[in-house]
Ligand binder design. Structure first.
Ligand code: 6R9
Length: 646
């Protein structure tokens, strides 16, 4: 494979925070003396009480426990707001850009402070306090940031549910995290389409097993018509109307929970990853500063949604802890036209742009529409996250969005890691399109083969991390055993990421994608088991198996094999019904792209579905099925190939 290299240009090096030599020496120090390194970095935060132990972590079987900065006390909202006020009260913190190009709003750090304080007081009035869980289901508006920080201010644990999830998925998450309050808006807007947020919440709350919610707090965003329950529903503006704009922050211990965030794993139940206060905040702030080379005065824009970890770490906690000015965007890259990203960059003079390969590929497909009518000369750094970026998309992004002037930081990380783990640093790292390059400070990646042996030098294997870092998730909420099982049992004394990777002769990492049953559709993580359990909940489906197949824009698309219950005939109408069912049961992003009616699925004699075979059929590699002799009934394969939809 021929690889192109884009060396750090002298003009970029000159303007950047770190050179290659500085990266190397800091990295070495972070590995050789982690405690000293992290104690020094922890000075970036404001502490009420200094910590007395830096690192206390174990990956030992049955004893997995991760603690950083024990003894320390702080508050995340104070670190993201109050401490900036002496110098930055009038600096813009948030630039909101609405779904329509005519809509925008600027919020200063003082205003951010006041809004968060009023809401925090309001939450306390509702009886929400330290340790209570608050579910948040919001559009991308400033109020989403306010409510997250208001929770952090009073020590409540937020659990943000992505606005693209359907009522059932909302209900599952509320039940799992025992939320006392749910916060939403009347409606959201994306790409000109309305998202009925309050209505979805109403439907979720109607489910019988949802018993913990005491109130639904509603922000008025579009003044839409919504149903109202006087006992349950509360308008946010009415709640905060009389509240003072000062609010005493709760004193939190370093390891007190900050938030729970659900993500897909290889079983049906989504996992609520728990992140705690000090380590997470420090790690998101440090990575935000160095990976994006954030400097005073920069305008930064992360296009993610706050419903995902990228929104938590690189819209809320990292940038605000660093006192940044940032754009938050309610819309989508292709609305009203594919020039929107570049238009917003020009309009707000954005210097740093962080987006996802799927967005880049969607723009690429529109020819020159994305860049013909805007200039983007303010840009200095580009970022990519969520899935492997193919070299063609990388080069297109570099040339057409970045005018061949801006380094691209291809950042590999996960909900579980809290912050960026493998990434270039703009002034320090020569770039290779498609490679996430080198580890961040304090991160020791390893490639491991199937026997658990660590591979040296140039190699391909499963990606594991050898030691703890401050941003790491501490547990799966309510199920520490599953946490140990999922991440620490595959390889002894290592954190297993679920990804495969290759390391080249320069020590650069190339992430090859998931090695478990997790799909990555347009950068969204989806477990095949979740989609399967939604499918079999449909009355005409007896059994379902879901696999991914390559897709030009989404990266991966969803292929479902379905066995009907006796007597059910496949019709176009039924297929449509099934697709709609998954959309409303789980989420529109989980809706299968292709559905194949299968009279039988390839199973081993012990009854396990052999997905390897289904993957090959869905990707049209019918001649590479490998050994099918262990199947209970090898003849099902011929039938599957005959009816393949790809
Ligand atoms: C931050 C985020 C995590 C999974 C991860 C991997 C994939 C993310 C990537 C990447 C290659 C990158 N992934 N960034 N693969 N290159 N730069 O996306 O978190 O939603 O938990 O997904 O996404 O497969 O394991 P999350």
């Amino acid at each position: 494979m021929s690889e192109s290299v884009f060396p750090v240009s002298p003009s970029v090096a000159e303007k950047s925070l770190l050179t290659n030599e500085q990266y190397q020496s800091l990295y070495q120090e972070s590995i050789d003396n982690p405690e000293q390194f992290w104690a020094e970095q922890a000075k970036r935060l404001n502490w009420f009480t200094p910590f007395d132990k830096i690192k206390n972590t174990s990956y030992q079987p049955n004893q997995v426990s991760i603690n950083w900065f024990e003894g320390g006390e702080l508050n995340a909202s104070v670190n993201c707001i109050d401490r900036h006020l002496p110098q930055k009260a009038n600096q813009t913190a948030l630039i909101w850009e609405g779904d329509e190009p005519t809509q925008d709003q600027k919020v200063t750090y003082q205003q951010l402070h006041d809004e968060v304080a009023k809401l925090a007081n309001g939450l306390r009035k509702l009886g929400v306090g330290k340790g209570d869980t608050v579910a948040i289901y919001m559009p991308m508006i400033c109020e989403a940031v306010y409510i997250m920080l208001a929770c952090a201010r009073i020590g409540a644990v937020h659990s943000v549910i992505f606005g693209g999830f359907s009522p059932n998925a909302i209900a599952d998450r509320i039940v799992n995290c025992n939320a006392k309050l749910i916060v939403t808006a009347d409606e959201g807007k994306r790409g000109g389409r309305s998202i009925p947020l309050k209505q979805n919440v109403d439907e979720a709350l109607a489910r019988k097993d949802v018993t913990t919610i005491e109130h639904c707090l509603v922000f008025k965003h579009l003044s839409s018509q919504i149903n109202w329950d006087d006992k349950l529903d509360i308008w946010a503006h009415e709640l905060t109307h009389d509240m003072p704009a000062v609010c005493e922050p709760e004193v939190m211990k370093s390891e007190d929970p900050l938030f729970i965030l659900y993500t897909s794993g290889s079983t049906g139940q989504p996992k609520g990853l728990l992140h705690t206060t000090a380590g997470y905040l420090l790690y998101s702030a440090l990575t935000h500063k160095y990976v994006f080379d954030y400097q005073e005065g920069d305008i930064y824009w992360c296009g993610a949604d706050v419903g995902w970890i990228t929104g938590h770490s690189y819209i809320v906690y990292g940038p605000l802890a660093n006192g940044a000015t940032q754009v938050i965007f309610e819309g989508i890259p292709t609305y009203p036209t594919a020039s929107r990203i570049g238009d917003v960059v020009d309009k707000h003079q954005v210097n740093i742009l962080y987006t996802a390969p799927t967005a880049i590929r969607a723009l690429m497909a529109k020819g020159d529409e994305a860049y013909a009518t805007n200039k983007r000369t303010s840009l200095r750094i580009l970022g990519s996250v969520g899935e492997p970026i193919n070299p063609e998309a990388w080069e297109w992004y570099y040339k057409n969005i970045g005018n061949s002037q801006c380094p691209i930081v291809d950042t590999w990380w996960q909900t579980e890691t809290g912050g960026i783990m493998i990434t270039p640093l703009p002034g320090a790292t020569d770039l290779k399109p498609g490679s996430a390059t080198r580890p961040f400070f304090g991160i020791k990646p390893a490639l491991v083969n199937s026997d658990g042996r660590i591979l040296e030098g140039e190699a391909s294997g499963n990606l594991a991390i050898l030691d703890s870092w401050p941003g790491q998730a501490r547990t799966i909420y309510g199920d520490h055993e599953r946490f140990e099982q999922t991440y620490f049992s595959t390889y002894k004394n290592m954190y297993f990421t679920g990804d495969g990777a290759r390391r080249d002769k320069d020590g650069y990492y190339w992430i090859t994608g998931r090695v478990d049953d997790v799909l990555n559709v347009s950068g969204h993580r989806l477990g095949t088991a979740e989609i399967e359990s939604s499918l079999v909940a449909h009355t005409s489906i007896a059994e379902a198996a879901v696999v991914g197949y390559p897709h030009d824009i989404k990266g991966q698309a969803i292929y479902a094999y379905i066995t009907p219950v006796e007597g059910v005939e496949m019709t176009d109408e039924l297929i449509k019904q099934i697709r709609d069912w998954v959309k409303t049961d789980l989420s529109p992003i989980a809706c299968p792209d292709k559905i194949q009616w299968a009279l039988g699925l390839p199973k081993t004699r012990s009854g396990k579905i052999m997905r390897r075979i289904l993957r090959k059929i869905a990707t049209n590699e019918h001649d590479q099925l490998g050994d099918t002799s262990t199947l209970a009934d090898p003849s099902v394969v011929d039938d599957l190939i005959k009816n393949c939809k790809n």
